[in-house]
Design a protein around this ligand. Structure first.
Ligand SMILES: Cc1cc2nc3c(=O)[nH]c(=O)nc-3n(C[C@H](O)[C@H](O)[C@H](O)COP(=O)(O)O)c2cc1C
Length: 183
């Protein structure tokens, strides 16, 4: 697939086969995150691949509860990736403070999309998961108390026949402008 096709066909996958993900594919995805751009090239993330079944199940269980159950699908994914936020370079910290910008969050968003697009190219499904119990995830993965968890990403093969959904998006005139926000 070329990039345009990947962008059109990548979608959140919320139903997975039990089939494990080949280690070489996981490695290729890790490499795609490693190569992601970031403010001042700070690379302010750590990517933790969780693929040991009992541990992965515990991580999955930290993404939903009885009352808020929409992330229950994460139990099906054979792999869950966890992205933590690391301190950026001092220059980025100063720049971010002066300009009131959260550069690491922007950086991690880009890295996460590298992950998902690379996975899609390899025939794998992903879903970014921003709703989780951070405290539990940190305990499970031995993440220091001062380190924030930004995002989880489920990874695996979508079930056979998983439909390609039409994209529900704002129309072009609503989400983009030429030359001015308002004329
Ligand atoms: C930062 C972020 C957090 C998200 N958190 C969740 C989540 O907790 N659970 C979920 O099912 N989807 C989650 N999503 C997926 C979005 O719902 C999804 O990307 C959006 O609806 C567009 O659909 P698509 O990915 O299929 O194109 C998240 C996406 C992003 C970017």
């Amino acid at each position: 697939m070329n990039l345009s096709e990947l962008i059109r066909t990548r979608q959140s996958v919320r139903s997975y086969q039990e089939r494990p993900v080949e280690p070489d594919k996981v490695k290729a995805i890790v490499e795609s995150v490693r190569l992601a751009p970031s403010a001042s090239n700070s690379q302010p993330w750590t990517l933790i691949i969780v693929d040991e079944p009992p541990l992965k199940d515990k991580v999955a269980r930290a993404t939903f509860s009885r009352t808020i159950s929409f992330n229950q699908f994460s139990l099906e994914a054979p792999v869950i990736a966890v992205l933590t936020i690391e301190k950026p370079k001092v220059i980025t910290q100063i720049g971010g403070w002066m300009k009131q910008r959260e550069f690491p969050l922007i950086d991690i968003g880009i890295a996460a999309e590298h992950f998902c697009l690379q996975a899609a190219e390899l025939g794998l499904g992903t879903c970014m998961v921003g709703w989780f119990d951070e405290k539990v995830i940190k305990q499970l993965l031995n993440i220091p108390r001062s380190t924030r968890v930004a995002l989880l990403i489920t990874l695996g093969y979508a079930v056979e026949g998983y439909p390609l959904r039409p994209k529900i998006r704002k129309d072009t005139n609503t989400m983009s402008r030429y030359n001015a926000y308002r004329h």
